[in-house]
Design a protein around this ligand. Structure first.
Ligand code: FAD
Length: 462
């Protein structure tokens, strides 16, 4: 049972801080990226090292506390914070070491994508990850991790070599292709279900400059562009990535004033091949009929591209998302996209279709927990606004949009784009891999200590 004495002993044993309601810094520490989430943990352990994580896992288990693990805090449904229980806050565990000789990177569990890109860029390297630099590498990787380099180098999990973990019984293990192989299989897509990852080892790749940026069309002109895109992106060179978006143009530089606040559709490109060939790659795209109304595609250092949308999406906005895996985009779906784009409710709301083909398709469906290898896009509708008064408006639009577009989806969704959508949706997402995940969960966490996640229920092996 949690008593004041046990809390004091726990606090004394930790290298990091232990925060309780009323302590300075507690309210800041319980905040996460999505300000719709407002939870009050009993304790927040700001872990400084693996030993702190072991102490915190043992404390939560022995005292029957709900346990949440926070890295970047980007979970839209708020799975990195809990009411009443204990939060393991990894944000101080943010060390990174690049090995330039074998091009691997050791990344502690609480790092952000921005810190990782910063560290690797100095060596002309990058690890495939996501498109907003404040996102945590922890949650992103454990769910899969898609971004500008996915078509060229695969998902983040496809570049994961090993992970150091603290398990539910407080033991510390390394999971890799030849150590705890079942665990290594499960954490590549299975989320935070299996333990706390204290560090990841990634394979990095030579990426320094990209030729990238948005290319947008007016909604009246966008249908043939999206028809072209859906076919083109299936067989495009793997150096070339482009996610389709419907959005409202931000009212500021570098967007031309004539288009400020306009609802538009188009592609956010990233070419990461030979820079000398970039202009040639984009020549036919720039000559599409109709021509793009806005073309901001050009050379950009990789970390700058990764942080390009950060100013629009600082922490603290209201967020609501709905995801789907997509294999094809029929004309009827395009019509629905355009209809809902016309009704985008706030400046920052929109939809993105992130390609997950190319190199990500070369990994077999049963090789990792990520179960939709044949899907071509991971789609996400985002309702976003700084003002809590617009909460209902963004949720209603995202849900109505999803209801209209979901019939054209492949089933399931990227686990990191799920809200609190129930067990069936999680099973749909892992489909053929679910039972294996549930058995591995039983082996490593039979009492479901790690349940603040898209939860896989432990299944006893007969
Ligand atoms: P947290 O909220 O800290 O954690 C999310 C979940 O992972 C929780 O269940 C937590 O317990 C668990 N977890 C986190 N770290 C660990 C760890 N070290 N050990 C064990 N469990 C852990 N996804 C993409 O793939 N590509 C994108 O480009 C992308 N862009 C995004 C942009 C925004 C603005 C947002 C809000 C989300 C985006 N996502 C993207 C989704 C993102 O991958 C998930 O929100 C992910 O969970 C974020 O990880 P985090 O560490 O920041 O989150």
């Amino acid at each position: 049972m949690t008593t004041e004495t046990s809390i004091q002993d726990f606090k004394a044993a930790l290298l990091g801080e232990l925060l309780q309601p009323g302590n300075a810094g507690y309210d800041e520490a319980r905040k996460i990226y999505n300000s719709m989430i407002d939870k009050h943990p009993r304790l927040i352990a700001r872990c400084e090292d693996v030993a702190d994580v072991i102490l915190a896992v043992n404390y939560a288990r022995d005292n029957n506390l709900v346990l949440a693990v926070k890295a970047g805090g980007h979970s839209a449904p708020g799975l990195s914070v809990c009411d009443d229980g204990l939060v393991i806050d990894l944000t101080h565990m943010n060390g990174i070491r690049v090995n330039k000789d074998d091009k691997t990177v050791r990344v502690e569990g609480g790092c952000t994508l921005g810190a990782l890109d910063h560290a690797t860029h100095a060596f002309g390297l990058a690890v495939p990850c996501g498109v907003i630099s404040t996102t945590g590498i922890g949650g992103l990787t454990l769910g899969g991790g898609s971004g500008y380099l996915t078509r060229k180098y695969g998902l983040s999990i496809d570049n994961l070599l090993e992970a150091d973990m603290v398990l539910a019984d407080g033991s510390f293990v390394t999971a890799s292709e030849d150590k705890h192989e079942d665990l290594f299989w499960a954490i590549r897509g299975g989320g935070g279900n299996f333990g706390v990852v204290t560090s990841f080892l990634f394979q990095a790749h030579p990426v320094s400059m990209d030729y990238a940026g948005p290319m947008l069309w007016e909604l009246d002109q966008v249908k043939p562009v999206m028809q072209w895109y859906r076919d083109f992106m299936l067989d495009a060179p793997e150096d070339l990535y482009g996610f389709f978006a419907f959005l409202q143009v931000p009212p500021g530089e570098p967007f031309p004033e004539a288009y400020h606040n306009k609802k538009m559709g188009g592609i956010i490109w990233c070419y990461s091949g030979d820079m000398d060939k970039a202009e040639k790659v984009f020549e036919p795209i720039r000559n599409l009929v109709p021509k793009p109304a806005i073309d901001l595609v050009g050379p950009i250092p990789h970390p700058a591209l990764q942080g390009m949308f950060d100013p629009l999406f600082p922490p603290g906005h209201q967020w609501y998302m709905k995801g789907d895996f997509i294999t094809e985009i029929p004309d009827e779906a395009i019509d629905q996209h355009i209809a809902f784009a016309r009704k985008i409710p706030t400046l920052l709301s929109g939809i993105h279709l992130y390609p997950i083909n190319g190199a990500a398709h070369k990994v077999k469906e049963d090789a990792t927990a990520w179960a939709f290898r044949e899907a071509n896009w991971s789609q996400v509708i985002i309702g976003v606004d700084p003002d809590p008064k617009n909460k209902d408006k963004i949720i209603e639009w995202a849900r109505a949009y999803h209801d209209a577009i979901h019939p054209y989806a492949a089933g399931g969704a990227y686990v990191n784009f799920l809200m609190d959508e129930g067990e069936e949706r999680i099973k749909d997402t892992y489909r053929g891999n679910y039972d294996k995940l549930a058995r591995i969960k039983y082996k490593y966490d039979p009492d479901n200590l790690f349940r603040m996640n898209q939860n896989i229920k432990p299944l006893a092996t007969a």
